[in-house]
Write a protein that binds this ligand. Structure first.
Ligand code: SF4
Length: 368
């Protein structure tokens, strides 16, 4: 279905970037993420979308997208950020992690520019979001860290129209670009894939420490609203001990108000040999998180009203009833307090909930 948006011309795909260093051995190092790819002329980085051109690193996917879709904000997942509203979601191609279980591998592992079928300028995306009635735009499907120049320009264009910017990310980014990137974001969902260096190294070809640094940075040095997603894979990262250690760390270093989403894995990409996550695993993780002091813990990718509703941390009343992405009872005051006891619910709330529901609406921004 067409979003009713004016066609936009494709923009230059070799976009200049800031974060790189010329090395003495003649290579040019990309400084966007901890991978620090050092490139010879004509080479691309691990993420595939940043490449050396001349003596600089360029972004090759500026203004190109693998597709646009209007989603419920709960699908990002964000349960405490403008609940019930719609978000214009899009991604590009490539990724800076190499997760063997990737659930979006057709996009993240894409080596073909034809994945990037849709073209849109930042202004075109902001205009589309406004016309479609979206309260926010989300950089998702693949990690916006690797296309941060494009994401920042889109976020700025959206903010000028009062539309918020949401990053769905693994948080694998270096300190300087991290500051720049999050200065333009209003909310984020950060994927904390596990709580061991072994998992990050063996399954994602990355490291845990930079992700934890991003989480601490968001909490202590920004106003960005953020929630955490933890995808639980049977026998890989789902032990009581690991969930206990992770949730203790979250409460100790980030406080009790950061919502956590425990979501179900399904066999995909290079991890077809593991079974899907049983719903009991998600319930068990949620129980451990709550016992450790996480105030808002959710199950995801399953139908579970009890595990997906929001409860008042003070009196236990149901504040927002939720099943998958659909909202039910709403017991929050317009300024985000419990209607029963007045305790504040952490998050970003603006009066009444949105009425988008669980719909998913693909849209095309450029002319066919
Ligand atoms: S953003 Fe891409 S090119 Fe840059 S260091 Fe990370 S993986 Fe390498």
């Amino acid at each position: 279905m067409d979003g009713g948006v004016r066609p936009v011309a494709a923009v230059d795909q070799a976009h200049p970037t800031r974060y790189w260093t010329r090395l003495e051995d003649g290579r040019v190092r990309c400084d966007v993420c901890p991978r620090a790819c050092a490139l010879h002329e004509g080479q691309r980085g691990f993420c595939f979308v940043r490449a050396r051109q001349g003596d600089e690193i360029v972004l090759t996917t500026y203004g190109r997208s693998s597709g646009f879709c209007v989603d419920p904000i709960e699908k990002k997942p964000l349960n405490h950020f403008l609940p019930g509203t719609s978000v214009l979601s899009f991604g590009t191609a490539g990724c800076n992690l190499g997760c063997r279980f990737c659930q979006n591998w057709d996009i993240s592992k894409s080596r073909e520019v034809d994945t990037l079928a849709d073209a849109a300028s930042p202004e075109g995306i902001a205009e589309a979001a406004e016309r479609l009635g979206c309260r926010s735009v989300a950089f998702t499907y693949n990690d916006p860290v690797i296309f941060l120049e494009y994401a920042i320009d889109v976020a700025d264009a959206c903010r000028e129209r009062g539309i918020k910017a949401v990053a769905v990310t693994a948080g694998y980014i270096s300190p300087e670009p991290r500051r720049d990137f999050y200065a333009h974001m209003d909310a984020a969902n950060v994927d904390l894939k596990a709580f061991t260096e072994d998992f990050y190294h063996r399954v994602c070809f990355g490291h845990l420490a930079p992700v934890l640094e991003t989480l601490e940075y968001l909490k202590h040095e920004t106003e960005v609203w953020f929630e955490i997603t933890n995808l639980l894979i049977p026998d890989e990262n789902d032990s009581d001990e690991e969930i206990d250690a992770m949730t203790r760390w979250v409460v100790e270093r980030l406080g009790p108000d950061v919502p956590m989403h425990f979501t179900a894995f399904h066999p995909d990409f290079k991890m077809m040999d593991h079974p899907p996550t049983p719903p009991e695993t998600l319930t068990r993780a949620r129980r451990i998180a709550l016992a450790n002091g996480v105030r808002y813990a959710y199950t995801g990718n399953v139908s579970d009203v009890r595990g997906q509703s929001t409860y008042c941390h003070a009196c236990g009343a149901v504040l927002i009833e939720r099943d998958w992405y659909a909202l039910g009872d709403w017991n929050l005051t317009p300024d985000g307090r419990c209607a029963a006891c007045g305790a504040r619910c952490a998050g970003v709330f603006e009066g009444e909930p949105g009425r988008w529901g669980a719909r998913r609406l693909p849209v095309r921004l450029s002319a066919p």
